[in-house]
Design a protein around this ligand. Structure first.
Ligand code: GDP
Length: 191
């Protein structure tokens, strides 16, 4: 299902993705209601939503964002139906934003489960992941503390950030952070 976007982006006659044009595929994962659609809307801005050709597993958004003065092509996948389709996402992403809502402890536990599943499905790879505690504007409904989020991220060996999609707080920081991690990995591979 990636072939159509590859052919648009790739400049390589072999059909292989070529740097720096090849997009980074960033997948939004998390329980229902945590803010994945809200994240995708913020990312989307003026970009066109692309239809996935063969399945309705996700919505896809592609755009060029500038991170540290260097442009990066990012394809963002907003997933739904994670219970059923989850295995599909676990293979398609270059990086993951693993969302939970700070107002919903069950979504925090779900994020841990997804992290474990991710690790199982790609054991040998250092896949960039950021654990994202969304809805930090809802201070009085908080069920998961900042410390818990941070500790969980440390245990799972990933980065951590709290965001509010409603207030547009830290959302771009999360997108830029994942690009930075992808670049670090790319640079260490090339070295
Ligand atoms: P999804 O199921 O993960 O795609 O979640 P949505 O993006 O549809 O968000 C679920 C609900 O939470 C919607 O009513 C959003 O408006 C709301 N929401 C999302 N992010 C935030 C946030 O940061 N703060 C607040 N207060 N509400 C949010």
């Amino acid at each position: 299902s990636w072939s159509s976007s590859d052919s648009v982006i790739s400049t390589d006659s072999t059909g292989e993705n070529t740097e720096p044009e090849s997009p980074y595929r960033v997948v939004l994962l998390g329980a229902s209601g945590v803010g994945k659609t809200a994240f995708a809307r913020i990312f989307d801005g003026a970009a066109d939503s692309m239809d996935s050709d063969d399945c309705e597993l996700y919505e896809m958004f592609e755009k060029v964002i500038e991170v540290d003065g260097e442009p990066a092509v990012v394809t963002l996948l907003d997933t739904w139906d994670a219970e059923v389709r989850q295995p599909c996402y676990m293979q398609t992403g270059d990086a993951y934003l693993l969302l939970y809502s700070i107002t919903d402890r069950a979504s925090f536990l779900r994020a841990s489960e997804l992290r474990i599943t991710l690790r199982r499905s790609r054991p040998a790879q250092h896949t960039p992941i950021i654990l994202v505690g969304n809805k930090c504007d809802l201070v009085r409904r908080r069920e998961v503390s900042v410390a818990e989020g941070r500790t969980c991220a440390a245990v799972f060996d990933c980065k951590f950030i709290e965001t509010s999609a409603a207030m547009q707080h830290n959302v771009w920081e999360a997108f830029c952070g994942i690009v930075r991690q992808l670049r670090l990995r790319r640079d260490s591979k090339e070295a």
